[in-house]
Design a protein around this ligand. Structure first.
Ligand code: AMP
Ligand code: ZN
Length: 501
């Protein structure tokens, strides 16, 4: 019954409300206007599946998940596509080196498909642990009517990539050489040679990098759309130019357009993607279609400084979700830790900061566990209304999650102070963005507490309110002997199973 009521709350259609976000294209916080409201088409660069995704990568996906939930909170209907790179991402972001998936396949004696399947499954488990909602897997049909939410694999969309490369060649921005089909970067950028997104010249963009200078390329800045004549490469497909495989950048252009249409509302990714990957995606897409590729580019800053943390694996390796679990940290504490920072600010990882997030998670969780059924079924107290407005305003202000979190904590604090648990509808709505599974936590806690235990807790609260401390103490002992511990809080108590009954 309670679960049913909860889902009805989440599915309510709310009128669209204003929302602002920092657009890397303009370097400004802009009022967000989707092309076809209330629909929002959102594309996110997803994982390259040759190793587990570390907590830094997971910050990028948590950011997208939060953005998606915040847009829904503001009445938008988000269609989300995330790609999975299972071919073509070389060990250098340029075209040099080895294919990352094939490198792991050789090292582990597996096929590239086995490697990709293994790390996709791990990625999905990690996302589930962090309550990141992924789009459904794409089916293998080529006939789609955008916009559609999907999680799609590069190797299953080779046809869309070939078709896009043909359009780029037809428009004169790509040329065919013996080693591959290349994008003509200098022709696209013109005399100024400055990128629209990075605002860097080609020399600045590639400063300090050793560019592969194949005699086949007109310029070392040109990048591969399709790679030819690499007999050692395991994954190969037929194409109009011969057998080969796609470059990494073309994958995102082709899949985003196939599933979402030729102009996206929002494109996300980590800051590292601005100068090369996203600059190249814009060049490929716009040279093919003649339309703007993405109206808002939104980038998350990095999670850094993990080397000193105790949970870091061998030097230089970032920890994984599994490392959190091994340290007894609830993965949702990591979610809350990321929520507590602005997505555009670098975030320094430490176990201390994570423990602080765990304390906040416990605070929400303990409150939720003690919300009685009457408070869930009944209306919220009137004083909660302002909280929803404030939470919404903070999110609408360039996704200010730290301030939104402060509002949510304040709501629970006021409920304790007033001794009024009638805030469930509001808290549940806030949790549709926080993603802490407070509903599940409450139901699980209630399942643990037999009715007679809750009755004893209620009697004890009453005895305390009447300042009958002897009776309150006797009831505490009785609860303890039955395996439960009560903790007094302003205006009432919380209850939990005894740690060592
Ligand atoms: P990759 O698999 O390397 O393409 O990375 C997947 C996503 O994670 C991309 O959007 C990257 O920009 C992002 N990313 C990589 N490292 C970090 C980090 N330390 N903090 C935040 N995002 C990251
Ligand atoms: Zn991408």
């Amino acid at each position: 019954m309670n679960a049913l009521r909860s889902s009805l709350i989440l599915n309510e259609r709310v009128p669209m409300k204003p929302f602002s976000i920092f657009n890397t294209l303009s370097r400004k916080v802009e009022r967000f206007e989707p092309l076809k409201p209330p629909t929002v088409t959102l594309y996110s660069c997803g994982p390259t599946v040759y190793l587990p995704q570390h907590l830094g990568n997971m910050r990028a996906y948590l950011f997208v998940d939060t953005l998606k939930r915040a847009l829904r909170f503001h009445g938008y209907d988000v269609r989300h596509v995330m790609n999975i790179t299972d071919v073509g991402h070389m060990t250098s972001d340029e075209d040099a080196g080895e294919d990352k998936v094939e490198k792991t396949a050789r090292a582990e004696g597996k096929s590239p498909r086995e490697v990709a399947d293994f790390y996709i499954a791990q990625f999905k488990r990690d996302c589930a642990a962090l309550n990141i909602e992924l789009p459904p897997d794409a089916d293998s049909t080529d006939h789609v009517s955008p916009p559609q939410s999907v999680l799609c694999r590069a190797t299953e969309n080779i046809g869309a990539m070939i078709a896009l490369i043909e359009r780029i060649i037809a428009h004169g921005y790509a040329y065919v050489a013996a080693s591959g089909v290349y994008f003509d970067v200098e022709k696209w950028r013109g005399a100024a040679r400055v990128g629209r997104l990075s605002r860097q010249s080609l020399d600045e963009q590639h400063a300090g990098q050793r560019l592969e200078h194949s005699p086949d390329k007109k310029s070392p800045h040109d990048f591969a759309l399709w790679v030819l004549n690499q007999p050692g490469h395991l994954m190969q497909w037929d194409s109009p130019w011969g057998r080969g495989y796609p470059g990494w950048h073309i994958e995102c252009s082709a899949m985003s357009m196939k599933y979402l249409g030729e102009t996206l509302d929002i494109h996300t990714g980590g800051l590292d993607h601005i100068p090369i990957h996203h600059e190249n995606e814009i060049a490929q897409s716009e040279s093919a279609t003649g339309h703007p590729f993405a109206r808002y580019f939104v980038h998350n800053a990095f999670l850094v400084g993990m080397e000193g943390a105790k949970i870091s694996k061998s030097a230089g390796k970032f920890p994984l979700v599994a490392d959190l679990v091994a340290q007894g940290v609830d993965p949702l504490a990591f979610r809350l830790f990321c929520f507590g920072a602005k997505y555009r600010s670098e975030l320094v990882f430490s176990l201390d900061a994570l423990r602080a997030a765990q304390t906040n998670l416990n605070y929400f969780s303990e409150f939720a566990s003690n919300v009685p059924d009457e408070a869930v079924a009944g209306p919220d107290s009137e004083w909660t209304a302002g909280y929803l407005e404030r939470f919404s305003a903070e999110l609408a202000d360039d996704l200010n999650t730290p301030r939104a979190l402060a509002v949510a904590l304040e709501l629970v604090h006021e409920a304790y102070t007033r001794n009024d648990k009638s805030i469930w509808s509001a808290l549940h709505k806030l949790d549709s963005v926080l993603g802490l599974k407070l509903d599940e936590r409450r139901l699980a806690a209630h399942a643990q507490f037999p009715a007679e235990i809750l009755e004893l807790q209620k009697k004890r609260d009453q005895a305390r309110a009447e300042r009958d401390f002897n009776r309150a103490d006797a009831l505490r002992k009785e609860l303890f002997s039955r395996g439960y511990e009560v903790k007094d809080i302003p205006g009432g108590s919380t209850i939990a199973p005894r740690r060592n009954p």
